[in-house]
Design a protein around this ligand. Structure first.
Ligand code: NDP
Length: 330
C-alpha cells in the first residue's frame, strides 16, 4: 500500500515516514517547497522509489491535495503550524482548519483511500492543567480555549491560540466524517498525542530557534532549567510514529479518537535523567523528591492502548539519552 504523509519535513512526520517505510509501505510526502524535500530525499534514499514527495505550496487553497491523494491507500495529516508566537489566532487556525478540510475533501474524492488519520493533539483533550486531581480519557474535550480565543482574540494566551487551532480542526474533521460517512471509501481515525519529544530525523537549521517547538521546551528545561509550560503527559516521537502506523492499519481504529501517551512527566524527571549522563545540563532543584511526586492530571488511555495493541518502547531515560547524544554531536 501507499501512504500520504502531509508536512513530511516536520519533526513528527519525518519519524512517521520512516515508520511506514520500515513497515513495508510506500510513502508520498507533501512539502511546501522543493527545497524542503532535499533532506528527505537523502534521509530516505536507501528506500529507493518507495519514498516520493509532492509539493503542495498552499494547503488552504481549494483542491490543494487533489493530486497528492491519487492512488493513495491511507493518509496521515500532520501539516499545521506549531508555535507559541502567533499574534492573530487566525495565523494558526486558518492553516489548521482549512488545511484539514482541503485534505478531507480531496480524500473524499479518491476511492482508493481506505483510512484517514488526522494527527490532532491532547490540546483538544485538556487545556490549562487543573490544580485539582482529574482524570482525562478519549471522551474528554477541551472547550476552554475556544472561549479564551473567542473572547480575547490576539490577547488570548499563546497556548490557547494553538490549542484552539487544533480543537477547531478536529471538531470539523469529525463533523465532516459523520456527515459523509455513508458515501466515503475511508474511515477516520484521530490520534491525540501529548508533548512529543525525541531526537530529530528531519532537517533542522542552525540555532536552537530552528528546532521544532516541543523539542525547544525540552532543550530549555535541560540546558537552562527553564520549565516553560505546566506538564501533563508525554510521548517519544518514535513511539508516536509507530502508533500512527497502527492507527492507519488497524481495522479497530476506524471512527476512534486515540489518546496515545506514554505517561505523566515533570520537567524535573527529564532533568534528573539528563544530569546523570551529562555535566552540561541543569539538574532539578534539590527540593524535588522523585519518590514522592504527585502527578496530576491523570491520563486514562487504557482503551486506546488495548485497541491499538500499543506498547511504549521509550522511557524518559531512553529519550533523554538519545536527545543528549544528538545535541552533543552538534
Ligand atoms: P513541526 O513544526 O516540526 O512540523 C510542522 C509541519 O507542518 C511542517 O512540515 C511544516 O512545514 C508544516 N506546516 C506548518 N505550517 C504550515 C502551513 N501554514 N501550511 C502548510 N504546512 C505547514 O511540528 P511537529 O512535528 O511537532 O507537529 C506535527 C503535528 O503534530 C502538528 O499537527 C501538531 O499539531 C501535532 N502535535 C505535535 C505535538 C508536539 O508536541 N510536537 C503534540 C501534539 C500534536 P514547513 O516546514 O514548510 O513550515
Amino acid at each position: 500500500g501507499k501512504v500520504l504523509v502531509t508536512g513530511a519535513n516536520g519533526f513528527i512526520a519525518a519519524w512517521t515516514v520512516n515508520a511506514f517505510l520500515d513497515a513495508g509501505f510506500a510513502v508520498r510526502g507533501t512539502v511546501r517547497s522543493v527545497a524542503k524535500a532535499e533532506h528527505l530525499k537523502k534521509t530516505f534514499g536507501s528506500y529507493g522509489d518507495k519514498f516520493e514527495y509532492i509539493v503542495v505550496p498552499n494547503i488552504e487553497e481549494d483542491g490543494a491535495f487533489d493530486e497528492a491523494v491519487q492512488g493513495i491507500d491511507a493518509v496521515v495529516h500532520t501539516a499545521t503550524p506549531v508555535n507559541l508566537t502567533a499574534q492573530d489566532p487566525a495565523e494558526l487556525i486558518d492553516p489548521s482548519l482549512k488545511g484539514t478540510m482541503t485534505l478531507l475533501r480531496a480524500a473524499a474524492g479518491q476511492r482508493s483511500v481506505k483510512r484517514v488519520v488526522y494527527l490532532s493533539s491532547c490540546a483538544t483533550v485538556i487545556g490549562d492543567v487543573p490544580s485539582e486531581p482529574r482524570t482525562y480519557d478519549e471522551t474528554s474535550w477541551n472547550e476552554d480555549d475556544i472561549l479564551e480565543v473567542q473572547e480575547k482574540g490576539r490577547n488570548a494566551h499563546q497556548l490557547a491560540k494553538y490549542r484552539a487551532s487544533k480543537i477547531f480542526a478536529e471538531k470539523r474533521a469529525w463533523e465532516f466524517y459523520e456527515e459523509n460517512k455513508v458515501s466515503l471509501s475511508w474511515d477516520l481515525a484521530v490520534v491525540n498525542p501529548p508533548l512529543v519529544i525525541g531526537p530529530v530525523h528531519h532537517h533542522v537549521g542552525e540555532g536552537i530557534e530552528s528546532l521544532n517547538a516541543s523539542n525547544q521546551l525540552l532543550f530549555a528545561a535541560l540546558t537552562k532549567g527553564e520549565y516553560t509550560i505546566v506538564p501533563h503527559w508525554w510521548i517519544d516521537a518514535r513511539d508516536l510514529a509507530h502508533s500512527l502506523v497502527l492507527s492507519a492499519t488497524n481495522p479497530a481504529a476506524a471512527g476512534q479518537r486515540l489518546l496515545v501517551a506514554a505517561g505523566p512527566y515533570k520537567w524535573e524527571d527529564f532533568a534528573a535523567a539528563a544530569c546523570k549522563i551529562s555535566t552540561k545540563t541543569v539538574p532539578p532543584p534539590s527540593s524535588y523528591d522523585p519518590m514522592n511526586v504527585v502527578y496530576n492530571p491523570t491520563c486514562n488511555n487504557v482503551k486506546t492502548n488495548k485497541l491499538l495493541g500499543m506498547v511504549y518502547r521509550y522511557s524518559k531515560e531512553d529519550t533523554v539519552r538519545d536527545v543528549l547524544q544528538e545535541w552533543e554531536s552538534h
